[in-house]
Design a protein around this ligand. Structure first.
Ligand SMILES: NC(=O)c1ccc[n+]([C@@H]2O[C@H](COP(=O)([O-])OP(=O)(O)OC[C@H]3O[C@@H](n4cnc5c(N)ncnc54)[C@H](O)[C@@H]3O)[C@@H](O)[C@H]2O)c1
Ligand SMILES: Nc1ncnc2c1ncn2[C@@H]1O[C@H](COP(=O)(O)OP(=O)(O)OP(=O)(O)O)[C@@H](O)[C@H]1O
Length: 354
């Protein structure tokens, strides 16, 4: 379906993003498509939930982000609430989530408008909490770690059943991760970690990360966690610097919730959702994290080559001993038809088609 309305999320601190914004606005004007900028970082901008932000922008069906992965995450937070797709223009440092370089922007918008783009759906995480989350004003400055103004705490979903012991359901969709981390440099977070309702272990750590497969290449990856294909669903738990010998990641099934209960003698803990501070937990508080029904719709111009991107963006280097073996031949890419037993497999597209 042709694009009806664009919501634009721009990294205001990057000059190239401001230039490219002009190109998007010109394209929109030429096609008669309304385009609303959503400046989630401005000091003057009212702090709104993703849903309110989408409604205020006229419920765009396409969100275009101009920046890096952080800007993409800020756009995804808004798009997921109304089922809009997200197109990330790569103007950042890593660009794992973003899809197109700025030079291909117009061609990308043309392709989306003509219905030629692919949509890749990614799992998100949602959560319940023992009480509605809040960020006390005195902790805001400490907790937002030099980034933009804090977003409001996640709204409570109407189907909440707090009084019955299930906690309050929060209107959250994390594309990368939900992280519980220490506030004070010298006070670790101590928490009991439950998977599928069973206690796995009590941790004392710098942070505890619950991630999606998409988020496995972000914070979890930095902590030595495994890389998961973003085409699968799973709930990935990784402790950061736990003061114990068991420091492994646990990859739970998509229907196995991961819960964290702050222990009585723990320091206070920050809850960050996709890198943004959204709440503070006191001893005794808990959160339960599980797969959300909503998925983020990523625009792709070509079939995804996740492993090629992994090699490229993380600059994977080959073993020095293989250097004398020269070029690497393509695998499973002869000109002849695909044999029946391989027909259902997901194979990255040939380099020429990317
Ligand atoms: N030590 C760490 O690596 C660390 C620490 C805190 C948070 N994070 C991650 O940062 C994310 C927020 O990103 P941001 O850009 O707003 O903050 P940021 O700028 O601090 O991001 C950290 C880095 O992670 C990259 N990144 C983000 N999502 C990614 C993904 N899905 N796959 C691969 N790389 C990814 C970003 O490009 C950036 O280089 C959080 O969701 C969390 O996963 C990482
Ligand atoms: N909309 C904005 N307005 C002003 N400054 C911003 C904005 N977005 C980000 N910044 C600044 O840029 C820094 C990097 O932000 P962030 O990590 O979210 O960017 P990004 O989109 O992920 O790009 P990169 O890949 O370069 O990190 C922030 O610490 C902040 O100082």
């Amino acid at each position: 379906m042709p694009v009806q309305r664009i919501g634009l999320v721009v990294h205001q601190g990057r000059a190239t993003a401001l230039d490219v914004r002009g190109a998007v606005q010109t394209w929109c004007a030429a096609h008669g498509i309304p385009c609303t900028e959503i400046d989630v970082w401005s000091e003057d901008h009212e702090r709104r939930s993703g849903r309110e932000e989408a409604h205020a922008a006229g419920d765009p069906d396409l969100v275009v982000t101009l920046g890096g992965d952080g800007t993409f995450l800020r756009g995804a937070r808004i798009a997921v609430k109304t089922g809009a797709s997200v197109l990330g223009v790569d103007l950042g440092k890593v660009g794992f989530l973003t899809e197109v370089p700025a030079r291909d922007l117009t061609a990308a918008l043309d392709a989306v408008h003509a219905g030629h783009a692919l949509v890749e759906e990614r799992m998100t995480l949602t959560m319940r909490a023992s009480r509605p989350p809040q960020v006390p004003p005195d902790l805001e400055a400490l907790g937002c770690f030099g980034r933009g103004p804090v977003l409001p705490p996640p709204p409570v979903r109407p189907q909440s059943t707090a009084g019955e012991g299930w906690g309050v359901a929060l209107d959250v969709n994390a594309l990368n991760d939900i992280v519980v981390e220490k506030f004070a440099r010298d006070r670790q977070v101590s928490a009991g970690v439950y998977i599928s309702g069973s206690l796995l272990a009590a941790y004392s750590a710098d942070a505890l990360v619950v991630a999606t497969p998409t988020g496995s290449t972000a914070y979890c990856f930095a902590a030595g966690g495994p890389v998961l294909s973003p085409h699968m669903d799973a709930v990935v738990f990784t402790p950061i610097a736990p003061h114990m010998t068991f420091n492994r990641t646990v990859v739970a099934a998509p229907d196995e919730p991961v819960a964290l209960r702050i222990l009585p003698h723990s320091g206070r803990a920050a809850v960050t959702i996709d890198g943004e501070l959204r709440g503070v937990l006191e001893p005794g508080d808990w959160i339960g994290v599980y797969r959300a029904p909503q998925r983020v719709r990523l625009i792709r111009l070509h079939a995804t080559d996740f492993y090629g991107r992994l090699r490229d963006r993380f600059r994977l280097t080959d073993a020095p001993a293989t250097a004398t073996d020269g070029e690497f031949a393509p695998f499973f890419r002869p000109e002849t038809p695909v044999p029946p037993d391989l027909a259902g497999l997901r194979l990255s597209p040939p380099a020429a088609a990317r």
